[in-house]
Design a protein around this ligand. Structure first.
Ligand code: UD1
Length: 377
């Protein structure tokens, strides 16, 4: 069975790592790794391959950044050439980025079946590019691997055949559990002058938050208050860096001035994006996390670190119902109140969601092998 595994953007690398490793165990599987290079900076890509021990991509498409339509179209054009040459039995895509939908769509148009890992999550907010990518990818996939049981309800409502849906758990958590020990060796805390639980971590990159000056300002006003109580560490995403410059936000928020950070008594430490292991160690030792990322809501649930989500909704509802996640939206006072609650010791308690046990990749590969056997009977 020949499988093409697709990655493109930072969260994809974390999800593909355990699948590549699991597939290696089966000589019957021939796997090729295709990197669209939607993300290409060293800190956004190569560092993750190194940290996670992912083999170098077999094929890189060199697509890079562009508008949604241009980026998606370019990926499709390049990926089509790969499919025509390699003729795989299956394309496997993960997550909800533009590379996910672009490669899924290219495959089905050539009658090549698609497996979607992390299917069925819904924020019900169609202004998010990721929500469109999720709905469309799920609609055309042949195998929908879900991380939580509610995802099945979402998919059934959209008319997806129940027989295509498989509850397997969460590959992102496979990677987290496997790398905890390694991450403990990171020296990111001393290098930034931090001590356990003495700081909060911030991640911020959603277009709805950072491309909109009003919303971005509301969030920064909250951070200005929170940093009076606890130091904030911010590994900055390239999109956000660009928008800080474009809106000249460092004029009103001096704490955003570049390189005014490490080693001194600063209450807002802005650093370049970190690799997987350093970021995991930073998160695992934080007092709490403020984020608009999807994956980090899941990681904090497993790490038992309180998470404040700077969005009005989440597609990962289980992190709220069972995990440490609180959705504050982007209202300044709501964010401050969320942080205050945690600082005052009123953080939520959490459960470990079902099947978030480090064995999701194993379940996925087992199912793919079983289906392949049946096909050849
Ligand atoms: C993408 C995903 C988002 C995911 C995020 C994780 C889509 C629609 N969005 O958002 O779901 O949460 O990745 O990081 O697929 N840039 C660089 N270097 C890079 C990559 C990007 O400088 O290596 C800059 C470019 O200016 C680019 C901008 O960041 O225009 C945005 O990159 P893009 O991949 O379009 O979207 P993200 O915001 O990273």
């Amino acid at each position: 069975m020949k499988i093409i595994n697709v990655v493109g953007a930072r969260p994809n690398f974390i999800k593909i790592a355990p699948l590549v490793e699991e597939m290696k165990k089966f000589p019957h599987i021939e796997q090729l790794l295709v990197h669209t290079e939607q993300h290409y900076d060293k800190n956004m890509s190569k560092l993750f391959f190194e940290d996670l021990g992912i083999p170098a991509p077999d094929i890189s498409l060199g697509v890079g950044s562009a508008s949604h339509a241009t980026q998606t179209a370019k990926i499709m054009m390049e990926f089509e050439k790969v499919l025509l040459k390699e003729k795989p039995d299956l394309t496997l895509v993960v997550g909800d980025v533009n590379s996910t939908i672009a490669c899924a769509l290219t495959s089905v148009k050539l009658n090549i079946p698609v497996a979607h890992v992390e299917a069925g999550l819904r924020s019900f907010d169609r202004t998010m590019p990721e929500e469109i990518n999720r709905i469309l990818t799920d609609a055309i996939s042949d195998y929908l691997f879900i991380t939580e049981r509610d995802a099945e309800i979402n998919l059934l409502k959209e008319g997806i055949d129940k027989n295509k849906i498989f509850f397997v758990g969460n590959v992102m958590i496979d990677t987290l559990l496997k790398n905890m020990e390694k991450a403990n060796k990171s020296n990111v805390l001393p290098s930034l002058g931090l001590t356990k639980s003495g700081y909060a971590v911030l991640t911020l990159h959603r277009p709805s938050n950072v491309d909109n000056v009003k919303v971005f300002t509301q969030i920064l006003e909250a951070l200005e208050e929170i940093k009076k109580k606890i130091r904030i560490v911010y590994p900055v995403h390239p999109r956000t860096k660009k928008m800080i410059d474009e809106f000249s936000l460092d004029k009103n928020f001096a704490f955003l001035k570049p390189h005014r950070n490490i080693g001194d008594k600063n209450d807002f430490i802005m650093i370049d994006a970190l690799g997987y292991l350093d970021f995991l160690h930073l998160t695992a030792n934080a007092k709490f996390v403020l984020t608009d990322s999807g994956g980090i809501q899941e990681e904090t649930t497993i790490l038992k670190i309180p998470c404040i989500t700077l969005r009005d909704n989440t597609e990962r509802l289980i992190t709220v119902t069972q995990g440490t996640n609180v959705i504050t939206g982007t209202n300044t006072q709501n964010i401050i109140n969320g942080a205050k609650d945690i600082i005052l010791g009123k953080a939520k308690k959490n459960n470990v969601p079902e099947f978030w046990d480090g064995k999701a990749a194993k379940r996925i590969v087992e199912i793919l092998l079983m289906k392949d056997l049946k096909k050849n009977e």
